[in-house]
Write a protein that binds this ligand. Sequence first.
Ligand code: PA5
Length: 447
Amino acid sequence: MEAIKIDVSKVYGFIPKDEIYKLKDKTVAANKALHDKTGKGKDFLGWVNLPSSISEDHLADIEKTAARISPEIDILIIIGIGGSYLGAKAIVEALSDTFANLKNKNDKPYALFAGQNIGEDYLTELLELLDIKRYGIVVISKSGTTTEPAIAFRILKAHLENKVGTEKAKDLIVAVTDESKGALRMLADQEGYKSYIIPDDVGGRFSVLTPVGLVPLAIGGFDIRSLVKGAVDMENACDQSVPFENNIASQYAATRKALYSKGMKIEILANYENKLHYLAEWWKQLYGESEGKDGLGIFPANVDLTADLHSMGQYIQEGERILTETVISVATTKSRLTIPSDKDNLDKLNYLAGKNIDYVNKMAELGTMLAHVDGGVPNIKIEIPKISAYYLGQLMYFFEKACGISGYLLDVNPFNQPGVEAYKKNMFALLEKPGFEEETKKIKERL
Ligand code: PA5
């Protein structure tokens, strides 16, 4: 199997290799604790062996649902937020033709998202589009009670029922939620929607390979089998039995920990293929929510290059030296476009005539990496052979495994997110939600 690779050699100028290797035993122990379920948050480790436990029957069932719904719709609305949104969004963005909707490509439903914000204009504009399009809905919420997707679903469900009738709407809605708990489970059972279960032991940000990601991606026409295959191969490659020296998840986790201990408090994930923007958004949630607690954790940030070299490049090169950069480098593009020669050469680009665009991009990547290292920013390179469902499966599992190990190296529980409740409590108090009367009184006194 060709696999993604990691190169941490451009960190050694900042932290000697043996200092990273001093973390070897702890890293190996952390990986073992994930497999043995002996560490913090041990009830949420269902993702560790998830790829290899996905059955043929499960995939076939999801594909059957996709084959039933896809031909009936032009647009698939995927409703969810956080871990119930970002995985599918990352894959849709990475694998789609950027201009598919403007090219009127109708071979598969066009995936759009709702419930990832509370934007009134966004939802209104979406409804206007849905007035004139055939559409279906996948509504995703593990708790089944999250306010943002619940509001979006209430509105879109009513719109769809109004448009196609209550009975037909039931055929076009799929729910992905808990097996027995939560309002969405009750609603799905009551309405008789086709539904899929999110396993109890897999938290939102680790759930892309559960029905949370697989169902909307299959209906959207993406190759879920290759995605899963990539993840299975990476599950094996990052297994606890794989020695530290060859284990890329362990290498990444140990290097990040060493960098953090040296004061690198911000990690920028950089891409040179801007289709990976949402992959970085997914990564930010994975690492930010898993590590940012107990007053600890690297702050995950991201840049789309070379675009952001013309905005954030100055800071990265010369700002406060608390940054480390991780580049996702894509070895080959799927298309080839050559720069033409021009007889007048007024733009002085003839020196590039005959070269393809990706060659220029690669030189920008190399030059930037060297400049940033010279400027005091350590660099980790993660190379993927190409952007495909298979390699995204590898990459996402790799990041998940490294995140679990990394959280244990930091000695936090990487699988909870107590901090996200604070805003909800205030919002419910301000909205005067029943049951929050005391909080409402208190918050009003502060205004
Ligand atoms: O990672 C997480 O747990 C969160 O981001 C959740 O996925 C997010 O809050 C959505 O929750 P739910 O799926 O319960 O609606």
